[in-house]
Design a protein. Structure first.
Length: 321
């Protein structure tokens, strides 16, 4: 009996002394506005809390805010869950390549960007290419506010891709017919639903992976094949005259999308940093997660917990188990 009690006491002591080390594993996860990023952020957080035993705080922010906080390394924001390259290349060049304060994952998934209309609208009006949005009859069908121009949602405020799309509208020769609109993604989603229900015209920036492919019957328009010589994009963070000094008259190349985290995390929470280095999702994973959040209105934390539980083997691999 004494031996058993002694063993139990030792185990209790070890457990007590282990708690401070476990509690020290904490991370603040940046959460951009788009649904895919929100989904990935909560998958990261779920693994940290349920499998590593750490503490998580979710911090909303745009790309600039998140990268600046990671660069400072004070723990205000430690990770960006969804870095699209080359869209956000101005940030990775500054903080990953030059300052060396941020690490970029080497496990990307592939993304594809373009412009979409509903199949209903596209097929009824023979719309297949981005140039079709410049037809006066099509622009008129997309003019919901009566100002003589059709609306095209190009992305949310703060998105690097919205800057690219604004330049594209100009360089595709659409400005006489199309008004580029920036608004939160929820506005775009509601407008897609409403336009389909009413049989109205609507066009919007779209990308894969995304819940929209599960939510609505939409089609991506063709664009001129990617040509590096015709894709010269300068972001506002690099040049206040970015719009005048940019030229984009070609489809975007396929994207590499990955997470990025502050190098200071490796000292503050090494187990979490190691997990981030091994973490990887694919485009189908992200689309399905985003669909559950956007289309079914589910809580991102609940969706993430369900996904992590259903994919325990993959999670074990990320954790080296």
């Amino acid at each position: 009996m004494k031996t058993i009690l002694k063993s139990l006491s030792l185990a209790t002591a070890v457990s007590v002394f282990a708690l401070p080390a476990l509690a020290s594993e904490e991370v603040k996860i940046g959460v951009p506005s788009w649904t895919g990023a929100q989904a990935i952020a909560h998958v990261l957080g779920e693994v940290v809390t349920s499998r590593i035993g750490g503490q998580v705080e979710y911090v909303p922010g745009n790309n600039a805010t998140i990268f600046q906080a990671m660069d400072q390394g004070k723990g205000d924001i430690d990770v960006h869950p969804d870095v699209w390259l080359p869209n956000q290349e101005s940030f990775t060049k500054q903080y990953v390549d030059e300052a060396g304060t941020v690490t970029l994952s080497s496990n990307p998934y592939q993304g594809n960007q373009g412009f979409c209309v509903s199949k209903q609208f596209g097929e009824a009006n023979n719309i297949t290419d981005i140039a079709d949005l410049g037809r006066p009859d099509i622009a008129a069908l997309m003019d919901s506010d009566g100002n003589g121009k059709g609306e095209l949602w190009i992305g949310a405020p703060g998105w690097a891709s919205a800057n690219v799309n604004e330049v594209k509208v100009r360089d595709y020769g659409l400005l006489d017919f199309i008004e580029p609109i920036r608004a939160e993604e929820a506005v775009k989603t509601a407008r897609i639903k409403d336009s389909i229900a009413k049989g109205e015209g609507y066009a919007f920036y779209c990308y894969e992976p995304h819940a929209v492919w599960f939510m609505f019957d939409v089609m991506m328009l063709t664009e001129p094949t990617f040509d590096e010589a015709k894709y010269v994009m300068v972001q506002p963070s690099d040049d206040p005259n970015w719009y005048e000094n940019s030229m984009v008259a070609t489809k975007d190349a396929l994207k590499d999308v990955q997470i990025a985290w502050s190098n200071s995390l490796e000292e503050r929470s090494p187990a979490i940093a190691e997990f981030f280095a091994n973490f990887s999702l694919n485009a189908e994973d992200v689309s399905q997660l985003a669909f559950e959040i956007s289309a079914n209105g589910r809580d991102p934390a609940e969706v993430a917990a369900e996904w992590v539980n259903a994919n325990s083997d993959r999670v074990d691999g990320w954790l080296g188990l």
